[in-house]
Design a protein around this ligand. Sequence first.
Ligand code: AHG
Ligand code: MN
Ligand code: MN
Length: 336
Amino acid sequence: MSNKIQTLGEFIIENQDSFQFSSGELSRLINSIRLAAKVVNHEVNKAGLVDILGAAGDTNIQGEDQQKLDVYANEKFIQTLTKRNIVCGIASEEEDSFISINSQDENHQNKYVVLIDPLDGSSNIDVNVSVGTIFSIYRRVTPVGTPVQLKDFLQKGSEQVAAGYVVYGTSTMLVYTTGHGVNGFTLNPAIGTFYLSHPKMEFPEDGTMYSVNEGNYLDFPLGIKKYIKYCQEEEGDRPYTSRYIGSLVSDFHRNMIKGGIYMYPKGSRNPDGKLRLLYECNPMAFIAEQANGKSSDGYIRTMDVEPTELHQRVPFVCGSKNMVNKVEEFMRKYGE
Ligand code: AHG
Ligand code: MN
Ligand code: MN
């Protein structure tokens, strides 16, 4: 690693040539996400002031309606990507259907679609705990210059060209991959610049932390129950400990740095799991694999799951390779 301090802007420009079909479009797209992330970060940091400045649903001093942060984040990301005319379509966890951009303009040549979870971990907002944004980028499969179609979004995770997340934590970080490893950038809030702080991030092969909502334990498949018991048993010298923030981005981020596994299995309340394949699981799976980790639904690779609908949910097991392998071994042995 060189000692040179590098900003995210510089990094994007310097790495532009490594993109397979480089035309600058993907660079501009990631730049827009960087911009929207800064705007959302500013708002997230003010969340604690809502009680004194006005709650969601109230009207603020300028006569504007106060919004819930997930609605705000959704609007900001969509606005930034739409107004800068950078993508041909957006699908968001917060929208019922996908959005087609410039569908009336035959000259528009944009070839990327973006899928986002604008605010992940939203139940943590009111209690000053980290939240995040997740994004996933694909090349459209229908011809440029035509309106996007559902099939542009229903692509397997293995087709992603880039994916990343922003974690609004003790520091705000943007972490992303374009298929050449994973790099993390920390925001200096004083000047609004992201700096490369975590080059070439990798999951340790073995981890010590397991992250799962154990409140749902009775509901879990037998393979997962057995795995949790395996982590808890005293016998031998097992190093495992439990950490669960309840915000996928934050739990994943910690596990990638320290070594661990995140699980959201199926249960009777969530027969297909809770997390969304396109907005949450695939982008995190792409980052995990690019960081020497692994992601699966307990049996098969997350990025090989064939999507059938926009808001599809899947069971999700993701993190340090040896831990995910162990879960798969338990699932094969004990099943549901
Ligand atoms: P979102 O806020 O985008 O709806 O996502 C919440 C997700 C994920 O971030 C988190 O890990 C999980 O839901 C927590 O679910 P439980 O409260 O059921 O544990
Ligand atoms: Mn989410
Ligand atoms: Mn969300």
